[in-house]
Design a protein around this ligand. Structure first.
Ligand SMILES: [Zn+2]
Length: 421
């Protein structure tokens, strides 16, 4: 048996898109006629059922008697279902079509942001799809996006941008500023600054077109912050529009962030701040919050970072649920865009189940290839997304539409109907 280790670049060459025709799942009837004034949609990127289970195990200190009584904040929500995540051209989605499905109600191809399935990444634009954030803006609601990834990364981007290729982040950054969004918090400062300028956080910008979008943002009335101190000192009453970009690229994993002497805001802090600013609008608001780096940790097979970022995401869910408890006109939805890593929670002793603890492993990214001459194993360095379903939970007006086996496109209709858009 020969072990071959592939790099991620080689891995991308090996991606095979499986084309299949899709008949979209029918939308379930709204059983709850109550309208929501506000919707908070929370997405754990790459957060499968096993990642949620690991978060409970860790929260219980890996102690079995304590584990029996351990719940995440999201476990206290009223309605639960499963969400199918396939894209228009693959059983296994990436974040771009998964988020587009939730944001617009339409399936599209892997790599595509906010355009329909006639788009081919890097080759051809598709038809632009209307997003739930755009509908909310049009109706006079305030809108917000909070993430731990770059604000131009696939999951947040699909709520405001329309590009055939998720990697076109310079253009996505421009589209953020014309979206009308009132609050945008996360990483990705580099895509707002030209290559010949120095970012306030150090290092050069990433924009080849020479434009400095921070100048555009401030002239459009955005308050711009890039560190934890400025973020915490913000006067929300004096702030109408907020752009907070705390890293040139992604924000740090929770474990690293929390150890800093002047820590960037946590996902929970950003969620609280976004809610307090958006809730000033008497018409209501739509907020998307992403725990964006659970996925990255799973790709890297880092159980520690995947678990800590899931727990940090759950703390943000707790903040959203606190607000919803005080404001019962708020619908909170918690779900994931796809699973990542194929996380398996197996016993520490594979033969006897003795010991009672667990030895979790990331199972994806390893495939056996049979050749006529010998059997050999191809082992990928990075774990991959998987096609397993994920959970969806909801609390508040319209939440009873969340049950059973749902399609990711139905997230759009649940939010749209709850807000009456
Ligand atoms: Zn991923």
């Amino acid at each position: 048996m020969k072990i071959v280790v592939y790099t991620s670049a080689m891995l991308s060459l090996m991606v095979v898109l499986t084309c299949l025709s899709i008949s979209s799942a029918d939308g379930s009837e709204m059983m709850d006629s109550h309208r929501a004034k506000n919707v908070i949609l929370m997405i754990g990127d790459g957060m499968g059922i096993a990642q949620e289970t690991m978060a409970r195990i860790d929260k219980a200190g890996w102690n079995l008697p304590r584990y029996a009584d351990t719940r995440l904040y999201m476990d206290g929500m009223d309605h639960t279902g499963f969400l199918r995540t396939f894209s228009a051209n693959s059983f296994v989605t990436d974040s771009a079509p998964a988020s587009t499905a939730m944001a617009t109600g339409h399936k599209t191809n892997n790599g595509v942001i906010g355009q329909d399935a006639t788009a081919i990444p890097g080759l051809r634009d598709g038809r632009n799809l209307t997003t739930i954030l755009e509908l909310a803006e049009k109706a006079g609601l305030s809108t917000g996006l909070v993430t731990t990834t770059r604000i131009t990364h696939a999951t947040p981007a699909a709520f405001y941008a329309h590009v055939d290729n998720r990697d076109n982040e310079s253009e996505i950054a421009e589209q953020l500023l014309t979206s009308g969004v009132e609050v945008a918090l996360g990483g990705g400062l580099g895509y707002f600054i030209p290559t010949d300028s120095i970012s306030p956080l150090g290092g050069k910008g990433k924009r080849a077109d020479g434009r400095n979008l921070l100048e555009n943002a401030t002239s459009m009335g955005y308050m711009f912050v890039y560190n934890g101190t400025a973020f915490r000192e913000l006067d929300i009453n004096a702030t109408e529009k907020l752009l907070g970009l705390f890293e040139n690229s992604h924000m740090e994993y929770e474990l690293i962030r929390a150890r800093s002497s002047d820590p960037d805001p946590s996902l929970a802090e950003m969620t609280e701040k976004a809610i307090s600013l958006l809730s000033k609008n008497q018409k209501g608001f739509f907020l998307m919050v992403e725990g964006g780096r659970i996925d990255h940790a799973c790709h890297e097979r880092s159980l520690e970072n995947a678990t800590m970022d899931t727990l940090a995401f759950d703390l943000a869910v707790g903040k959203a649920l606190d607000f919803a408890r005080r404001n019962n006109d708020t619908l909170v939805i918690v779900t994931a865009d796809h699973e990542c890593g194929g996380l398996v929670i197996q016993p520490e002793n594979l033969e006897s189940y003795e010991g009672g603890s667990v030895m979790p492993v990331f199972g994806s990214g390893t495939v056996e290839i049979r050749s006529p001459r010998c059997d050999f194993l191809v082992e990928m360095e990075e774990a991959t997304h998987t096609g397993t379903d994920v959970t969806i939970r909801a609390t508040g007006p319209g939440a009873s539409s969340v049950y059973g086996l749902m399609d990711n496109t139905q997230v759009f209709s649940v939010v749209k109907e709850a807000l009456g858009l």
